[in-house]
Design a protein around this ligand. Sequence first.
Ligand SMILES: *[C@@H]1O[C@H](CO)[C@@H](O)[C@H](O)[C@H]1NC(C)=O
Ligand SMILES: *[C@@H]1O[C@H](CO)[C@@H](O)[C@H](O)[C@H]1NC(C)=O
Ligand SMILES: *[C@@H]1O[C@H](CO)[C@@H](O)[C@H](O)[C@H]1NC(C)=O
Ligand SMILES: *[C@@H]1O[C@H](CO)[C@@H](O)[C@H](O)[C@H]1NC(C)=O
Ligand SMILES: [Zn+2]
Length: 325
Amino acid sequence: MSSRKIAKSNLCSLWMKTLGHLVVLSSLNPWVSAYSERERVHDLMSRYPLIDGHNDLALQLRILHNNRLSQVDLHNVSKVATDITRLQAGHVQAQVFAVYVLCGAQEKDAVRLTLEQIDVVRRMCTEYQDFELVTSAQELKNSAMRHKIACLISIEGGHSIDSSLPALRMFYQLGVRSMALTHTCNTPWAESSSKLYKVYQRHNNSLTHFGEAVVEEMNRLGMIVDLSHTSWDTARAVLGHSKAPVIFSHSSSFSICNHSRNVPDWLLKELRKKQGLIMVNLHSKFISCKDDANISRVADHFDHIRNVIGAQSIGIGGDFEGAVR
Ligand SMILES: *[C@@H]1O[C@H](CO)[C@@H](O)[C@H](O)[C@H]1NC(C)=O
Ligand SMILES: *[C@@H]1O[C@H](CO)[C@@H](O)[C@H](O)[C@H]1NC(C)=O
Ligand SMILES: *[C@@H]1O[C@H](CO)[C@@H](O)[C@H](O)[C@H]1NC(C)=O
Ligand SMILES: *[C@@H]1O[C@H](CO)[C@@H](O)[C@H](O)[C@H]1NC(C)=O
Ligand SMILES: [Zn+2]
């Protein structure tokens, strides 16, 4: 039990270390003029490779190919932004792959659909030599030395466990190491930031006793609690309850763009107290609150979050294949 806890906090602190270096170094002044921007980026990125907190490629594989990997060459996939060639070009050393199923599947076939998404990520990450499925901090470090892109599996939405701790434990056995407590729907035990679905609406009790049990069981197993998509009340309750650091795997700053998916400063400070991590989402809706955005606006999010809680608490959760712009 305790060694699992340690494994989990090691994983989180390794992400934080790597990402901290990345962010600090990328903000150094361009002091070498003989050196092109591109070379400088390559140099920094090879020394401090990226761990990306969120990618929805598995969802696109279902939508575009019904999860038939034989239809695609993952080195070069059309109609998506993510493939092995581009992950390597971007020096992505570890990619958290979301396994996501529609909220419409809640209390219907969510568990089966989640299993199918775990299956496609596991096949993708074991059939291609460039990938390696990792489930511990040590495996993550080893994969870096072996020049593999580490794959981590994260469930996106608590509806995937159908209010079953046994299902949660079995997902852990299949390699899942993180779970977002909600997607855009409330669950019977936690509240979403979105009001899109009318299910399980509440005025209080944003994390029920069962919700606390889910957090405790994730702590015990060594599964990182992800607060992206939960309501602020739920996030606050989880931060008060979790024994281990938690993350926002793909959320940005509410002070810079006041979208409900983003994180306000008071919540960033609570996150910092728990040694947590916020991985900035690059979706234009969360960056500029508009349909288009630019890199300088992205930098505003990093600068603001750094000013509030420090560079060691920031990461990148690109949200490729989920974010449409
Ligand atoms: C990917 O495939 C497309 C067409 O199938 C081709 O035009 C392109 O050059 C390929 N890209 C790489 C990096 O191989
Ligand atoms: C929600 O419930 C808790 C515990 O019963 C209570 O302390 C809190 O004041 C309530 N909040 C609201 C907004 O009703
Ligand atoms: C965000 O700010 C705009 C402009 O000040 C305001 O109209 C809108 O209601 C705010 N949205 C939220 C979610 O606070
Ligand atoms: C980037 O977008 C912001 C608005 O979101 C705008 O104020 C700024 O001028 C833009 N910067 C560039 C370099 O285009
Ligand atoms: Zn998401």
